[in-house]
Write a protein that binds this ligand. Structure first.
Ligand code: SF4
Length: 309
């Protein structure tokens, strides 16, 4: 089967209609976050290489530019800074389109000068910071053994000083972990050192890798938002964008499939010929509307239509 590197455009909370670029094989990452919507990391690595030929990615992207996305976003099945030719890829994209380029990264490799250099031409970089000390970092992000909390935060600070594009920070707050004022305050202190232009608080809205990765309600996130400088934004519910006709049509197709039989995310993606990250968005929306439910079948997480669906 041909590997698909480009997905969408899919509605993104922050970036409108975002065309996703997937640069590494599924769950190839420097972290194994307990909240990861893609499941557990199967290739925990810090090896940077050209995981897929750059020309293949560009070729696929050219075909998709007619969809007129708002952003081209490096994200996907793992950590995009593990792609060794990321800087060249961004430069090639900028030579063929005016659509701005964003990179969503876990920030774990930004202490490396060469990784920083690869990101210099991106219009927007959004790293994550989900913990305020080593113990919480280990518990929530379960990083590769070579990555320490201090190294990562120093890297974020160094990159911020050097990078001239837009720099925001995403903070994922988890019930039972960082949803305590003292823990959120520690993250806020680190964020103050890094000095992002915007800080965005997020929480679990999609099925996480571990059941114990618990969501936090909006009111609690709003309380924590005031601890940050600048005040953090709580990433809003995205229902309105999900009401767009192109999104709701495919969502209905996913629901039809789940009315017929329970499916895993891979079944949905494979059955409809869409990227797994796209399937995640439809599942999130259908779960939020109470139209489908999550079930465990033979140890696999599946989804099926619920009584309202
Ligand atoms: S949430 Fe992002 S950084 Fe964490 S394991 Fe998943 S892909 Fe990696």
């Amino acid at each position: 089967m041909k590997t698909r590197h480009i997905f969408g455009p899919v509605p993104s909370r922050r970036l409108g209609r975002s065309l996703g670029v997937d640069l590494v094989p599924y769950k190839t990452c420097t972290h194994d976050c307990i909240y990861c919507q893609l499941g557990r990391t199967t290739n925990l690595t810090v090896e940077c290489k050209e995981w897929f030929p750059l020309d293949d990615i560009i070729g696929e992207l050219k075909d998709k530019l007619a969809t007129r996305p708002d952003w081209i976003t490096m994200s996907g099945s793992g950590e995009p800074t593990l792609y060794s030719r990321l800087g060249e890829l961004i430069a090639r994209i900028r030579s063929i389109t005016d659509v701005p380029v964003a990179v969503l990264t876990n920030g774990s490799l930004l202490w490396q000068d060469d990784v920083q250099s690869e990101l210099m031409d991106a219009h927007l970089v959004i790293p994550s910071l989900d913990a305020g000390d080593q113990a919480m970092f280990s518990a929530v992000n379960r990083p590769h053994p070579s990555i320490s909390f201090d190294l990562m935060v120093d890297g974020l600070e160094a990159f911020r000083k050097r990078y001239r594009g837009h720099f925001w920070l995403e903070v994922f707050i988890l019930g039972g972990h960082t949803a305590l004022r003292a823990e959120a305050a520690k993250i806020a202190a680190c964020a103050a050192r890094i000095r992002p232009a915007r800080i965005q608080l997020n929480t679990v809205t999609r099925p996480p890798a571990e059941d114990y990765a618990a969501p936090v309600n909006r009111g609690r996130l709003e309380e924590f938002a005031g601890l940050f400088t600048p005040r953090a934004e709580v990433i809003a519910d995205f229902r309105e964008v999900h009401a767009a006709p192109e999104f709701s049509a495919t969502r209905e197709t996913v629901l039809d499939l789940l009315r017929r039989r329970p499916c895993t995310l891979e079944d949905i993606a494979g059955g409809l010929g869409i990227h797994r990250n796209e399937a995640v968005k439809y599942v999130e929306d259908l779960l939020g509307r109470g139209l489908i439910v999550r079930v465990d079948l033979k140890g696999k997480t599946c989804f099926r239509a619920g009584s309202k669906g």
